[in-house]
Design a protein around this ligand. Sequence first.
Ligand code: SF4
Length: 490
Amino acid sequence: MSEVSLNFDDDKLHEECGVFGVYGSEDAAALTALGLHALQHRGQEACGIVSYDGGTFFAHKAQGLVGANFSEGSVMDRLKGYAALGHNRYATTGEGGMRNVQPLYADMDFGGFAVAHNGNLTNAHALRKELVKGGSIFQSTSDTETIIHLIAVSRKTNLAERFVDAIERVKGAYAFIACAQDQMIGIRDPHGIRPLVLGSLGDAHILASETCALDIIGAEFVREIAPGEMIIINKDGIESIAPFEQVPAQPCIFEYVYFARPDSVMGGRSVYEVRKNIGGELAKEEPVPGADLVVPVPDSGTPAAIGYAEESGIPFELGIIRNHYVGRTFIEPTDKIRHLGVRLKHNANRKFIEGKSVVLVDDSIVRGTTSKKIVEMIRAAGAREVHMRISSPPIRYSCFYGIDTPTTAELLAHEKSVEEICKYIGADSLAYVTIDGLYRALGEEKRNNEQPQFEDACFTGDYPVELVDYNNNQTGAKVTDLRERERRKS
Ligand code: SF4
């Protein structure tokens, strides 16, 4: 009997990675394991922790979830030291397999160096070719390793300068945490596309992708690492430098729509509250007169559905119940079983659905495969009408800034109109929140098309950072970097 994955393809974009770091605690590795556990939603494929005791580095990396790999006393006992960094991985660039599991480690001329990365470097391929020509030998296919080689070839004097020297050559979206020479470094890309926050726990300093990872260890939220900021933590405290030319901040708007945990605070906003607001905007923009029920596609659709129900006055019900234990099992899938895929994760709450006009609220449609099955399931449960409302604009373009998205051609909304998508999923009506509605939910008046306040390329095709390694066929869009924008303003 072969092992068969019944991982239900949830047709969602996947946040690629979560990073966490502690400096100055004898429980550094244990705190890091807890932090990664809180960030498990940012990557489930593999995880790793590297710790440091002032002289020696210790590492443990494995495929699978944090809880399954960092609960053994023997594993944690080996991860000694007062500093540690960790990483949850969801494969974007570089194939799976252990050699790409982070944190990556290398012995450099100045000693050991460990680094964990959230994001994607859009010129890593070009840099790699150049470095290999110069004699660099890569151990992985990960874009993150480029940083290690750029630091190795830098002729600057100290670690911070060499790190800046290296980072000035990369393009893309990133949050890095590194540890070397008795210091921990955190850095965020100039637009701040990927998130990174600073916390404190007693004398210890914490770096993490999201505030929910501070909450789990009882750490105090200090502040966000600013876009383009680099902080250096050592025994003397924290130093902050801004090595880059100032560019407008453009954090990833999809973190608010789907990726970040609802209990996290980003940019001073409660992620849960923003999602409810999006639901409210959606109800104002796309009402369903005469509907009986608002039903979320759980869990990610729930906050927006609550917001939709509150704004429209239509009752909210958990009309779909989610099975939280979907995963691998030993069932030989016949076609009949494989067809039941969606029911592995969701089931209709028939008593509440039968004979009703239902407003189904979900956070996004990617390929449309799941939405189609969910609509079928609600109809089969006896719904009179099924109206789908999506709390993000149509996803028309791929992400190159660290989110695992299908190719642009696979995105249902890249080619199809809303009407065609509605027909494909079999709903009575379909509507998405507008990009301005999404911006209003975030407290903006509307999107500033000259200089967008957020990174939103998967909706707009407007990529602020050059996609050196990618061609137009892949992007299916234009790359509007600063120069272009300045030209448009003039
Ligand atoms: S394209 Fe931009 S908004 Fe969309 S997921 Fe990627 S970084 Fe976020």
